[in-house]
Write a protein that binds this ligand. Sequence first.
Ligand SMILES: NC(=O)c1ccc[n+]([C@@H]2O[C@H](COP(=O)([O-])OP(=O)(O)OC[C@H]3O[C@@H](n4cnc5c(N)ncnc54)[C@H](OP(=O)(O)O)[C@@H]3O)[C@@H](O)[C@H]2O)c1
Length: 232
Amino acid sequence: MRPTALITGAGRGLGAAIARALAPTHDLLVGGRRPESLDAIVEEIPEATPWPVDLLDHDAVAVAAEGIERLDVLVHNAGLAELGTVAESPAGRWRLMMEANVVAVAELTRLLLPVLRASNGHVVLINSGAGIRANPGWGAYAASKFALRAFGDALRLEEPSLRVTSVHPGRIDTDMQRAIVATEGREYDPTRFLKPETVARAVQQTILTPADAHPTEIVLRPWSPPGGNSER
Ligand SMILES: NC(=O)c1ccc[n+]([C@@H]2O[C@H](COP(=O)([O-])OP(=O)(O)OC[C@H]3O[C@@H](n4cnc5c(N)ncnc54)[C@H](OP(=O)(O)O)[C@@H]3O)[C@@H](O)[C@H]2O)c1
């Protein structure tokens, strides 16, 4: 039987690229906020099962998670980024970043722990370079990603039957990055950033790592040979 993977935020951006990378080897549940978010990816991968739920609605998440009876891989990819200096960031922004990037992840993991334990499953946390270093204007987002890293570290030690991998990519060419660059008032040049397919390939390799190894942390920075323009 093929292994099953749930990817949150799989309707676009990095999550859709991870779905494409895992489709040849895994039965997929593809998560998105609303059913319409998933139309395109399900058209592209018709074998995938849509799993639409707003991850901030914990009651709805509990109902959606009840229907999952088997799970080998849980990729927490869905996330939000709102930038602003500390001076510009009211409490609501800090709360939203923590709710979307940490609390929602912790709650979905908790609900799915029984099925993950049963399969000696793999939890992949899509973190960020911001989960390792906080730059000016990135405080609330970085704090949420630092917290996500702490969540992963605790989960890895508490649940020895699971593998838990924290993935820390630099800037990726997605809708999220377009919005960030617009906030920064810069011109968008996709060639400066990681391609979603490249990050997805690293996630795929992590998941396909044979069971005698535990990939705990993956860090990917944009790179190009000297003369290129990638944002290192
Ligand atoms: N882009 C970057 O430069 C970058 C760099 C490092 C790390 N990351 C991380 O990579 C992950 C994916 O980012 P991305 O750039 O692909 O983002 P994106 O293009 O903004 O897509 C975000 C995804 O998250 C889903 N999502 C957001 N809030 C949700 C909620 N409440 N319930 C359910 N789904 C929700 C969205 O679903 P809908 O389509 O339904 O709205 C969408 O599929 C995030 O965790 C992000 O922090 C991104």
